[in-house]
Design a protein around this ligand. Structure first.
Ligand code: BGP
Length: 468
């Protein structure tokens, strides 16, 4: 649909940027922090671990000042559970509490709205030793953790996100360092426990904080059938249900997606659902949907027993699905230097589909491009490819707004350079360069990139700057 005129961005639109605790903070064992599963991972070859990351823990004031300099209206960050509760439960670490208190106060000082992710891939190691998400007792632990956060930060934090990319943890947990099992049933049992933990947190949030808003933060992206064959359309619907709707149907409507329920049944992988669980899921209601979008996917139908076609599937050990779907290339799309499809229009269709299906306001909590950024002789980082990526994607938000979709914020990934989930710091996402390499920490100097100034102009004008 072509619009004669595009709607302007609302004046209170939350232009922001995003990070996560374990990828940016460092100080992995300082000031009483307990280890998390991410701290204990063995990094892939030639790749840094997360122990120092961007050393944000020791650069927090400087970093926030730079974010304020960009004119950010919002900053999305995650809280490290084991910095607050080193054992995952029990005694609270005052110094951990203090760090986030200072961060939140600093943001508010510059009129930047804090958006807090409660859990972003870094489970307290102590809880992982007891089975982590496989152990039903984690629901109570998550609820207690949520209570500590609401009690301590609820007076200043209005926007809460429960669990980052629960769907990717279940589907690609091996890649994200969050998987603990190859059993399909156990994965979906973990998923069930996450859904219940999330529902309990949403219920508690609404009980404790009357003005707060809370929502899930899955990774949502549209799926194309690789051809107009009806079988490929069924495969596309299958993959959409498995990667998108399973999570949101449960979070928003408190139900299990029927296609996925029968898929799990067919594969003897149904989660054990106890009495009262479905009532809990129904009682937990989000105020909005936050979602991360990087790329669309394309799939085709594949008969039962067929061999797997793509390496990616083997590597990721994701649920291999002959009889359900098969990932395909998309010749219509370009790729980033790291091989991710670039699909701004897919971003628009994702927003439209989400709004159509759930009728809840949307905020995009991640979107961005990983690049091999470098500092040139003049000390500048000219990340034109990132500017182009943002320009194209933000244009599609405007298209979606004009289509009638309610979008209230955009916090792309990432505010400053940080360590990627598995490709180190050489895969950079930030508006601000951090001068370190995978194994050489250099001076950790912060250098605003060209995209920093571009985004600053966009925020100041509340519209996409004209290309120069
Ligand atoms: C999302 C995660 C982030 C992040 C981003 C980029 O899935 O929520 O933590 O890092 O993707 O991915 P990567 O770091 O693998 O390039």
């Amino acid at each position: 649909m072509y619009h004669k005129e595009l709607k302007s961005f609302p004046t209170n639109f939350l232009w922001g940027a995003s990070t996560s605790a374990y990828q940016i903070e460092g100080a992995w064992n300082e000031d009483g922090k307990g280890p998390s599963t991410q701290d204990m991972l063995v990094a892939p070859e030639n790749t840094t671990d997360f122990k120092i990351a961007s050393d944000h823990y020791h650069h927090m004031e400087e970093d926030v000042k730079l974010l304020a300099g960009m004119g950010l209206k919002a900053y999305r960050f995650s809280i490290s559970w084991s910095r607050i509760l080193p054992q995952g439960r029990g005694e609270v670490n005052e110094k951990g509490l203090d760090f986030y208190n200072r961060l939140i106060n600093e943001l508010i000082k510059y009129k930047i709205e804090p958006i807090v992710t409660m859990f972003h891939f870094d489970l307290p190691w102590a809880l992982a030793q007891e089975g982590g998400w496989s152990n039903r007792s984690i629901i109570e632990d998550f609820k207690n953790y949520a209570k500590v956060l609401f009690e301590n930060y609820g007076d200043r934090v209005k926007y809460w996100l429960t669990i980052n990319e629960q769907n990717n943890m279940i589907l690609y947990g091996d890649l994200l360092g969050t998987a603990t099992t190859n059993s399909l049933q156990e994965r979906y049992q973990q998923n069930h426990h996450m859904l219940l933990s999330q529902a309990e947190a949403m219920i508690l949030c609404h009980k404790m904080l009357l003005n707060a808003k809370i929502g899930p933060a899955p990774n949502i992206a549209n799926v194309y059938p690789s051809s107009s064959k009806p079988e490929d359309m069924v495969a596309a619907e299958n993959w959409t249900a498995l990667r998108n709707w399973l999570y949101l149907d449960a979070s928003v409507r408190g139900i299990y997606n029927p296609t996925i329920w029968s898929y799990l049944k067919d594969r003897d992988a149904l989660p054990r659902v106890e009495e009262g669980d479905m009532e809990t899921l129904k009682a937990g209601n989000p105020d909005f949907i936050a979602f991360n979008y990087y790329k669309s996917t394309t799939v085709s139908a594949v008969g039962p027993g067929a061999p797997l076609k793509r390496d990616e599937i083997e590597k990721a050990k994701i649920i291999t699905d002959p009889g359900f779907y098969q990932l395909e290339d998309n010749p219509n799309l370009e790729k980033t230097p790291f091989g991710w499809f670039i699909d701004p229009i897919g971003f628009r269709t994702t927003m439209r589909e989400l709004y159509d299906r759930y009728h809840l306001p949307l905020i995009i909590t991640e979107n961005g491009i990983g690049l091999y950024d470098e500092v040139d002789e003049d000390g500048n980082v000219n990340d034109d490819a990132r500017i182009l990526y943002y320009q194209q994607h933000i244009k599609q938000i405007q298209e979606a707004l004009t289509d009638g979709v309610e979008v209230f914020g955009y916090t792309p990934w990432s505010a400053i350079d940080l360590v990627s989930t598995r490709e180190g710091i050489r895969k950079r996402y930030g508006f601000i360069y951090v001068n370190r390499e995978d194994f050489d920490l250099l001076d950790m100097k912060r250098i605003p990139k060209k995209s920093y100034y571009w985004y600053k102009e966009l925020i100041a004008q509340n519209k996409i700057p004209k290309s120069k």
